[in-house]
Design a protein around this ligand. Structure first.
Ligand code: 13P
Ligand code: SF4
Length: 326
């Protein structure tokens, strides 16, 4: 049973999550939160958490939160000795690429990504042979090996800017076919896509959106650009997880649905008690591999350390740094 002094110590944190974590569940998290906070101090560690992490991670132990772009930018600035990446593997690799002097840990090595799995470095080399001279814009949701074969990276928050920054009529954009198609609708640049998909966002359909509008009159629909274009077309706004967060903050809709991973709504709703957050949403099984218990274990045992193959590091870093310089 959780000691009363532990509950006392962390009780101010409960105020942050009381709208999304019932009081009866709070003691289940208390020991892990208390121990993680202590281990962070002892180990000189910081926790970077993606917007899809659960509220007890996002609001109670994370030092820095954000979308893929923000996490990459912030990882670069960390001067603590250890970065624990509460997110998926490509995010931890990006942190290590940008801040190689730090120890980067990921609590569960199985936290992958269907997009990262959809393409290999050999595939990128074949694309280059097929389209000689056409620059390769690579979504950060990829392995270091794929980034190393690329000219520049992008995230969902800067994809259009990155594509247009190249000043060319045609680019290869990989591996997310839907992100590529959604960006193609916003730009004059011709985009050659790959057929990778996010297993979370590809499950949404236009019929889902239409049904939500019937069931929840007046609802505003925000969609992630990894959704199929016919889903984005039904939405009122499309943007990265940070863009969606900002949109809700600025517009304060009475009702909103976030067509994306489930934890997003929980995390944002904490800050906007007057906004009604409507489901549906889909869970990302990879993001959900990360738990408080896993983060605690990671800090206790200093596992799993993320390393980068030195033969690829410089080229992959260049592709990410080019993106960050835009
Ligand atoms: P964001 O960069 O928008 O946070 O997206 C990352 C991701 O994995 C979305 O599925
Ligand atoms: Fe990958 Fe999709 Fe999960 Fe994001 S939500 S980590 S793109 S599988």
């Amino acid at each position: 049973m959780t000691h009363a002094s532990v509950l006392d110590r962390i009780s101010p944190l409960y105020e942050r999550v009381r709208r999304v974590i019932p009081l009866i569940e709070w003691p289940v998290f208390a020991d892990d939160i208390d121990t993680i906070l202590r281990l962070k101090r002892e180990r000189n560690a910081v926790i970077l958490a993606h917007n899809y992490q659960t509220p007890e991670i996002f609001h109670c132990v994370a030092d820095i939160t954000g979308d893929s772009l923000a996490l990459a930018r912030e990882a670069m600035k960390v001067d603590a000795e250890i970065i624990v990446l509460a997110g998926v593997h490509f995010m931890a690799e990006t942190a290590k690429l940008l801040n190689p002097a730090r120890t980067v840990l990921i609590p569960d090595l199985r936290a992958g990504c269907s997009l990262a799995e959809s393409i290999t470095a050999a595939d990128v080399r074949l694309l280059r042979q097929r389209y000689p001279g056409v620059p390769v814009v690579t979504y950060v949701n990829t392995s270091v090996a794929v980034k190393a074969e690329s000219d520049i990276c992008c995230t969902s928050g800067n994809a259009r800017r990155v594509v247009e920054s190249l000043g060319v009529p045609r680019v290869i954009m990989l591996p997310d076919e839907y992100l590529a198609q959604n960006i193609a609708r916003q730009t004059q640049v011709e985009i050659i896509a790959w057929a990778g998909h996010c297993e979370v966002h590809e499950r949404f359909t236009p019929a889902d959106i239409r049904q939500v509008r019937i069931d929840y009159p007046g609802v505003v629909v925000l969609a992630h650009p990894e959704c199929p274009p016919n889903v984005v077309a039904e939405a009122d706004y499309a943007g990265s997880t940070a863009d969606m967060t900002n949109w809700v903050g600025e517009h304060q809709p009475a009702r909103v649905v976030l067509v994306t991973e489930c934890s997003m709504a929980d995390n944002i709703s904490v800050h906007h008690p007057k906004v009604e957050f409507v489901k549906p949403c889909n869970l990302c099984p990879h993001m959900k591999r990360i738990s408080l218990a896993g983060i605690r274990r990671s800090l206790e045992t200093l596992t799993h350390e993320v390393t980068i193959d030195p033969s690829m590091a410089a080229r992959a870093r260049l592709a990410v740094e080019r993106m960050l310089s835009i």
